[in-house]
Design a protein around this ligand. Structure first.
Ligand code: ARG
Length: 458
């Protein structure tokens, strides 16, 4: 059944019908569509626009449709253009005359704007919860590893020693910001568009604020043309999801490197690895690679919606129907990736000795050797040069700074004394870094406490 057959004399060409239809994908928000309709008719009855009896009949019909979709007895069939037409046609089929009053004072333009917002709003909450679970996994690793030393890198070259807690803590901050972005999006989008009509409101005495409150919105939107054509929140969400995926893919890249034969910092659990069909020895980090790879899909969704919206005149245009498939895909992809990534972290083991010996062998304490000289009156630039000579000497002999004899130290600079060994030990290097946000245990414990507090309250 068509909602708009009245003024047409010819049947729609089948290809045109298929091209125009969105039911194959907008069926995804049948629940939100029905919820929105129930709120709408509740408001219509309160305003005396339809009778209480019609309202009851409509709500009963809508609930039976909802139940039948969920128990599988009502299937989505192709003759319906979209979810709105589908629900209305079945409603009229089931309850007759009162069903024809459902669409009073409403257009599919404000209806779809509402459905999409309700759907996205629910998903934002789920995404936020999934990120919280990930943060809980990260903080657990952090608490257990404030003294697990490892090299920190710049340019993927060993730079200065840090701890596993500190490294994970960096991602904790990223995902925490991701959650706050989701919260911002939720709060900004949380205004109801329903009652805006096709574009110019309606002449019925609707109570838009009431419908908004029935649907748990913070209020109703203030311009009907904007209401039916605003897709900013989708763009914002795609951007936030792209950032989440970017963070996940950076983390995955590091885990892939750490899991490689050369590093052996971590072991990805068997349950999160796959084998090779030809090479019997292989255990591949496919999950981490796939999460990294799926980032491209989510970026694609952002580019797609930005491009679709570019240059659209007010108000509703059919182009906007293209806001859905990529958005759904990006949401489902990101949710799946966060969940799988969390499982991978939960089951991963850490080779602490390998991390520590890697930090020892890469001159990650060279800055501290220079600082030692500075503390003994040498200018930093000169100290930098002296330690450069130490590194050159060590490299020629294949040893680390800690392996040098005091005589060898003194041959390069007489300032060095026995306490140099203590000053450049891995533990000292890390534990002295107590600036706010630094890796030293004392500071790390404070930051972990702050973040546990955050998790308890958010
Ligand atoms: N399926 C449409 C969409 O997703 C619903 C709105 C249709 N409105 C219209 N005037 N054709 O955007």
């Amino acid at each position: 059944m068509k909602l708009w057959g009245g003024r047409f004399t010819k049947e729609t060409n089948q290809l045109v019908h298929n091209f125009n239809a969105s039911l194959s994908f907008d069926q995804k928000f049948y629940k939100q569509d029905i919820r929105g309709s129930i709120a709408h008719v509740t408001m219509l009855a309160k305003q005396g626009i339809i009778t209480e009896a019609d309202k009851e009949a409509i709500i009963g019909g809508l609930n039976s449709i909802l139940a039948d979709i969920e128990n599988g007895t009502l299937e989505f069939t192709n003759e319906h253009e979209d979810i709105h037409s589908f629900v209305e046609a079945h409603l009229i089929d089931r309850i007759g005359e009162p069903g024809k009053k459902l669409h009073t004072g409403r257009s599919r333009n404000d209806q779809v704007a509402l459905d999409m917002k309700l759907y996205v709003r629910d998903e934002v909450v789920e995404l936020n919860d999934l990120l919280k679970t990930l943060l809980e996994s990260l903080i657990k690793v952090m608490e257990e590893n404030t003294e697990t030393y490892m090299p920190g890198f710049t340019h993927l070259q060993k730079a200065q020693p840090v701890t596993l807690a500190h490294h994970f803590g960096a991602y904790f901050e990223m995902f925490k910001r991701d959650r706050s972005r989701l919260t911002d999006i939720y709060n900004r989008m949380n205004y109801s568009p329903i009652g805006s009509g096709a574009l110019a409101g309606t002449t019925y005495p609707l109570d838009r604020e009431y419908t908004a409150s029935l649907l748990d919105f913070a209020g109703a939107t203030l311009n009907s043309m904007d209401s039916v054509s605003d897709r900013d929140y989708i763009i914002e969400l795609m951007s936030a999801l792209s950032t989440i995926m970017m963070h996940l893919s950076r983390f995955c890249e590091e885990i892939i490197i750490w899991n490689s034969n050369e590093y052996r910092f971590v072991n990805i659990d068997d349950s999160y690895s796959t084998g090779s069909s030809i090479m019997p020895q292989k255990k591949n980090p496919d999950i981490a690679e796939l999460v990294r790879g799926k980032t491209g899909r989510v970026y694609g969704a952002l580019t797609s919606i930005l491009t679709t919206m570019k240059g659209l005149p007010l108000a509703y245009n059919k182009d906007m129907q293209e806001d859905k498939e990529f958005t759904f895909d990006a949401i489902d992809t990101t949710k799946g990736c966060i969940a799988l990534f969390t499982g991978m972290i939960d089951t991963m083991t850490f080779n602490k000795e390998n991390m520590e010996s890697s930090a020892k062998n890469g001159f990650t304490n060279a800055t501290d050797a220079a600082d030692y000289l500075v503390n003994h009156g040498v200018a930093f630039r000169d100290a930098h040069g002296i330690v450069g000579q130490l590194v050159l000497f060590c490299e020629s002999k294949g040893i680390s700074l800690d392996d040098m004899t005091l005589d060898e130290f003194k041959a390069i600079s007489p300032v060095f004394e026995e306490d140099i060994y203590e000053a450049i030990s891995l533990k000292t290097c890390v534990e002295k870094r107590l600036t706010l946000g630094g890796p030293g245990k004392e500071m790390m414990d404070k930051v972990i406490a702050i973040n546990k507090e955050y998790l308890a309250n958010n």
